[in-house]
Write a protein that binds this ligand. Structure first.
Ligand SMILES: Nc1nc2c([nH]c(=O)n2[C@H]2C[C@H](O)[C@@H](COP(=O)(O)OP(=O)(O)OP(=O)(O)O)O2)c(=O)[nH]1
Length: 128
């Protein structure tokens, strides 16, 4: 099975984190952390900064790695590095996502997460 290398940003502000709903494709409407595929020659951090610029018109500062999620979807294996991040400049403009929310620990279960994210969400409850 092919492996897709993805990076995702858990953007934090106070006690809330920023989640987006996919605006297109097979997972449309399901919730995730903004990010995307790592391109050749990029570090995960570089890929994440580029993806957040592209998707949200925002410059982030990338913090520590929280977890590398390993998950088997029917057609591919996902290996996803999830980093803490904070906004440096920009207003998180939704250029690709169909919706976004700031979620506190208590609100984390109120959206329909992509299957690969479920484990990370449980872990985040202990960190917020
Ligand atoms: N960004 C992100 N992707 C996730 C999460 N959870 C999860 O299963 N995924 C999966 C969905 C996609 O199959 C893959 C991310 O690929 P993508 O399509 O967003 O990547 P990309 O922005 O480079 O997209 P594209 O140019 O190929 O459209 O990872 C998550 O929390 N964030």
């Amino acid at each position: 099975m092919k492996t897709i290398r993805v990076v995702a940003a858990v953007i934090r502000k106070g006690d809330a984190i920023f989640a987006t709903a996919r605006g297109y494709g097979e997972f449309k409407g399901q919730w995730e952390f903004p990010g995307g595929k790592v391109e050749e020659g990029e570090t995960p951090q570089q890929a994440l900064i580029r993806e957040i610029e592209e998707e949200l018109d925002t410059e982030i500062e990338v913090g520590e790695l929280i977890q590398t999620v390993e998950y088997d979807y029917p057609n591919f294996h996902l290996s996803m590095d999830c980093f803490w991040a904070v906004v440096k400049t920009g207003k998180l403009v939704l250029k690709e996502a169909e919706a976004a929310r700031w979620l506190t620990k208590e609100e984390l279960d109120s959206v329909n997460w992509l299957p690969a994210d479920i484990d990370l969400i449980q872990r985040l409850k202990g960190k917020l």
